[in-house]
Write a protein of this length. Sequence first.
Length: 534
Amino acid sequence: MTEFRILGPLAVVAADGEELPVVGQKARAVLTLLILRANEVVSTEFLVDALWGEQPPRTATTSLQNSISALRKLLGADVLVTRPPGYVLSVESDAVDALRFERLVAAARELEPADRAAQLRAALELWRGDPLPDLALSAEPLAGEVRRLEELRLAALEERIDADLALDRHPELVAELEALVARNPLRERLRAQLMLALYHSGRQADALRVYQDARRELVDELGLDPSPQLQELHAQILRQAVPRPRRADATADGSHYAEVAEALLGGRLVAVVGTDSRALADGLAHRFDYRENGHDLTRVAQFVSLTKGPGPLHDELVELVRDASAPTAVHRFFATLPPLLRERGLPHQLLVTTAYDLALEAALLDAGEEFDVVSYIASGRDRGRFQHRDPSGETRVIELPNTYATELSLEQRTIVLRLHGALDESGAVVTEDDYISYLERGDLGAAIPVGVAARLRRSHFLFLGYGIRDWNLRLVLHRMSGGDPLAYRSWAVLPEARPLERHFWRVRDVELLEQPLDLYVDSLAQYVGVEATA
């Protein structure tokens, strides 16, 4: 594979490692512009304007064509393709070092600090110096791209330093950060990182001095005070109240289980049971030859619905779900609770799910328990309403949610709320279009039966197995809280959370616990007073 390198001097390197000669300033500029827009059509008009400005010579188009011809001989007609109204550099994304750099940086954001730091280092090693120093940068498109690349490089470096700070590598970062601050005196993120590195290295006075230097530079150069974030960090250092980086994953202890068990047995806990949709997305992608990177279920389902129709999508989803609907320890734990709740005269559970499988219902049936199912209707004339299926199998559309109380009662039996519908004749919220329609319904909360809605508003939540790979998590929170913080203390349990997931729960004031779900519910079972699940 021929490589195109612009993170440094322009270079084209053949598969055998030999650098190909790109002769002529104009040809090098043309190739650079094509590399910067790899796999996109770059118009002749744009190229002429970028290279010669608003008043190009009459020979500009001919000169451009000569450059294109020379480049095509060097690279091959299958790489430099004429496509009206211009030209395309047709290459694999990894053939361009800048694209590979951006991909590595984006992927690193989902990794733990140690892996994130390592991957960002690997991305930064692709740089061979300042970008494109050997080209004349009078053309604004080239100059603008150079500025963009330099900003991406510096931002990636800051992210790598953040990862190293999270790993408590403060003393070894001080010298690097001092040099970076000297070269970028107005960049407040670097100042904050240097303050943290100094403070956690036992150098509080030096950290405060960095702030004063930053304040002086900002006032003198821009007439501005430091940002509120930098001022807050300064105040924390003065109070000696800067927390050290979080090193260990949070796991549940006895007090946590006791608190959750008390809320559950007091009828003040709603469990929201999630499932990983990646296996479902991968199966659907394989079945319909979906080749895009990243098998997000909503996107794959959208592709199938548009190319094959909603019927084949539904049929295949039902088949895939049938193969993956065996109850887990989590489902079986909740299925063991109804006898205990009845024995103590307590209300039954309201269990919420956005999954498409029937594992929760299967676990309740295996335990010999009756239950009601309330599910969203995603298609047909009753779209946007909910329907109720009672233990006999009779299904009714909930026409008047505010009066639909006697038919549904947690005093009688468990209620399963399928917030995104089910894979039956009423459909489910599964494609991107479905989710957009679902978001548009601002009155969705009013469509839920009044008793169920009241329980949702007055409960703690226990989210089990919810990551942020799909839209489910964000939408279920939005629908239950109207976008506001949850009113009662809530918890989320994940086997292993990514940094973005930790941040997601933290800003919503939900305590995140990281441990296997089956071990979590087995421990909770002991505090609730039921046998551990199999």
